[in-house]
Design a protein around this ligand. Sequence first.
Ligand SMILES: Cc1ncc(COP(=O)(O)O)c(C=O)c1O
Length: 380
Amino acid sequence: MGIYLDNAATSWPKPEAVYLAVDHFMREVGATPGRGGHWREAEAARIADEARMALAQLFNAPDPAGVAFTMNATQAINMALKGLLQPGDHVITSSIEHNAMWRPLKALERRGVALTAVPCAPDGTLDPADVEAAIRPNTRLIALLHASNVLGTILPIGEIGRIAHDHGIPFLVDAAQTAGAYPLDMESMHIDLLAFPGHKGLYGPHGTGGLVVRSGVQLETWVEGGSGTESAPETMPEALPLRLEAGTQNAAGIAGLLAGVRFVLEQGVERIREHELALTAILIDALRDVPGLAMLGPADLSRRTAVVSMVVDGYVPDQLAFVLDQVFDVATRAGLHCAPQAHRVAGTLATGALRFSPGFFNTADEMRVAAEAVRSIADG
Ligand SMILES: Cc1ncc(COP(=O)(O)O)c(C=O)c1O
């Protein structure tokens, strides 16, 4: 069946309950929350509300009504940035952002928003004092990823949240690499806006994700349309989540996401983190003395997620990924990983890198087999 090590892109396989929930929803429920005067609609709405509650519990979010569903983390980030920032505002971010953050910020810069990307060290680490030093009187937002999808580096979100809070600046966190895989607490980390994908560490299907909005944070809408209820006005409803959920949502996906979040809550994020970190340690150890191999990201394991990127002298990362896939049936991802900024910081912009990203369903043996495959390619 092969070894799947591309969980940082999309987790696979999913817990059995996720497959069952999607199948059940599509066969037995079928309707859309807010659209219909029948029990099927009520059941679909109940499932979506339970998903909001489970997510609010997982993130210690102030209010489940603040959980607005999107197709992915990218939409959630766009929704936050474009809902908050106006020409003349200043926004602070980091130098290792994914394009999901970087491209909308650059688009906003072209429309008159001032942008500061605080430099990270080559291993991705970021000093919170540098973020504080970048604050200006017109800083309207601090917007950061929680962990790099290239370097694995975990940023000190709690400390930066404290700084943002002390200065009265809203704080947006892109939790694409940490939701479900690393403890997140919107209250103690002072997070005002949390963007998450449903299809990675929460084990939901493709086309799921969301933005958690702290009440009191006013967002302009970036998509307008049907809201199911409150249909008479010409503007979107004020109340969350309706304000941010124009059009028919991915109700079957949300049913699967609910099952995925319940799985995470049952296992416990700490336990998931422990397992993934153990796999990461085994992989790093097994790869350490492969000739010509250099690993990216922090040496200190506690500062990284389950992402191990590398370059091997004399090999193009895409070729390595191709051989690993075709000969050894090991699924990895090579190239720039939609994050050229992180590669620029690491010094791998020209070549890209090869990335292994284990997940909760991988085993220690699989790490050894994957590392052995790299070694046998590098040994020629
Ligand atoms: C750090 C980071 N941010 C954002 C995204 C975008 O997530 P999505 O594909 O759900 O839009 C990713 C996806 O890999 C990511 O790693």
